[in-house]
Design a protein around this ligand. Structure first.
Ligand SMILES: Nc1ncnc2c1ncn2[C@@H]1O[C@H](COP(=O)(O)OP(=O)(O)OP(=O)(O)O)[C@@H](O)[C@H]1O
Ligand SMILES: O=P(O)(O)OC[C@H]1O[C@H](OP(=O)(O)OP(=O)(O)O)[C@H](O)[C@@H]1O
Ligand SMILES: [Mg+2]
Length: 282
């Protein structure tokens, strides 16, 4: 049975459970459940604190974990990223009161408050900056106002939390993060169950990113039309009963679907339809 760690709280937990559900896995019914077995898919899910997931996976007791790239790096655990999942996207930044820190060198001699001590200590060491780090569990934006630090290092998504605290980002981003699938460093890359799990999640990612597009066009316009909808490998082209016309079917990126429909219409394609993809294996 495949043993998988899933975040039990915070920004990662809802979207992670949703993605697993879309991939056909049973998920827990209430938030107090810490472990469930999905007998049909032969998977056991452990609901753990996001920060602890890399540690469990590195210990070898769990095969796979869903966590944030920043949490994985911060933990320093012997685990590696094997699939980015596209949600819980964020950027990790230093921030301070406007005008107090313009670049990395200004951090020297200051105190940096953060929940991500591992990332910050490594970043400061890499740039040979002598600054102190104070660990806080959360709401670190308040640390400056309350005099615990002059600088913070934290996750920024919309920037609302920084603005509300009267702070601004300082210097270049330290790293970009998103939810990722991890496994123990050096674990068997060909494990059949792990590969099947990854294919299911990849199927969800494709189904979220692409739509299916169908349309009819005149044979003379086919090359132009196919250039607009090349599909992932090659579009399907079928003859129509009306001579001189063909039906075309191809996957297109969902974000570009409306523009592609306009362009197809302009070159004479008609009966242009898009439909959602619910699941796929490429
Ligand atoms: N506002 C946000 N937008 C996007 N991703 C976020 C946001 N806040 C945290 N994350 C991401 O979520 C992961 C942290 O999850 P974690 O559950 O530890 O913190 P949280 O979501 O801030 O929850 P809490 O602090 O309430 O426990 C990290 O990968 C981080 O990059
Ligand atoms: O740029 P924004 O969209 O404002 O998002 C970033 C904020 O979200 C997270 O905080 P969370 O609400 O999880 O509280 P925490 O600080 O206690 O973790 C993070 O720690 C930032 O404070
Ligand atoms: Mg938080």
């Amino acid at each position: 049975m495949l043993r998988i760690a899933v975040p039990n709280k915070g920004s990662l937990s809802g979207p992670a459970a949703e993605m697993l559900h879309e991939a056909g896995y049973q998920q827990r019914r209430e938030s107090k459940e810490l472990r469930i077995v999905d007998p049909v898919n032969e998977v056991e899910f452990f609901y753990l604190r996001p920060r602890d997931i890399a540690i469990y996976v590195a210990s070898g007791q769990l095969d796979i974990g869903l966590t944030g790239r920043d949490l994985l790096i911060d933990s320093g655990a012997e685990a590696e990223e094997i699939l980015p999942l596209g949600f819980a996207r964020s950027t990790f930044h230093y921030a301070a009161k406007p005008g107090t820190v313009s670049g990395l060198a200004d951090l020297a001699g200051k105190t940096v408050a953060t929940s991500y001590e591992g990332i910050v200590a490594a970043h400061l060491a890499e740039h040979a900056i002598d600054a102190s780090v104070v660990h806080l569990d959360g709401a670190v934006e308040t640390a400056i106002q309350l005099g615990v630090a002059q600088v913070i290092a934290d996750v920024v998504e919309t920037g609302t939390s920084l603005r509300n605290a009267g702070l601004e980002v300082a210097g270049e981003p330290i790293m970009k993060s998103e939810a990722v699938v991890i496994r123990r460093t050096g674990a068997d890359a060909d494990d059949v169950k792990v590969q099947q799990f990854l294919r299911r999640l990849q199927g969800v990612l494709v189904a979220r990113t692409y739509v299916m597009m169908d349309y009819d066009c005149r044979v003379e316009q086919l090359e132009k039309a196919v250039a607009l909808t090349p599909g992932l490998e090659s579009p399907t082209v079928s003859p129509l009963h009306n001579e001189g016309w063909v039906a075309v079917r191809a996957m297109v990126p969902a974000k570009e679907a409306q523009r592609i429909m306009d362009d197809l219409y302009d070159i004479g394609a008609r009966a242009i339809l898009t439909t959602a993809i619910h699941a796929c294996r490429l």
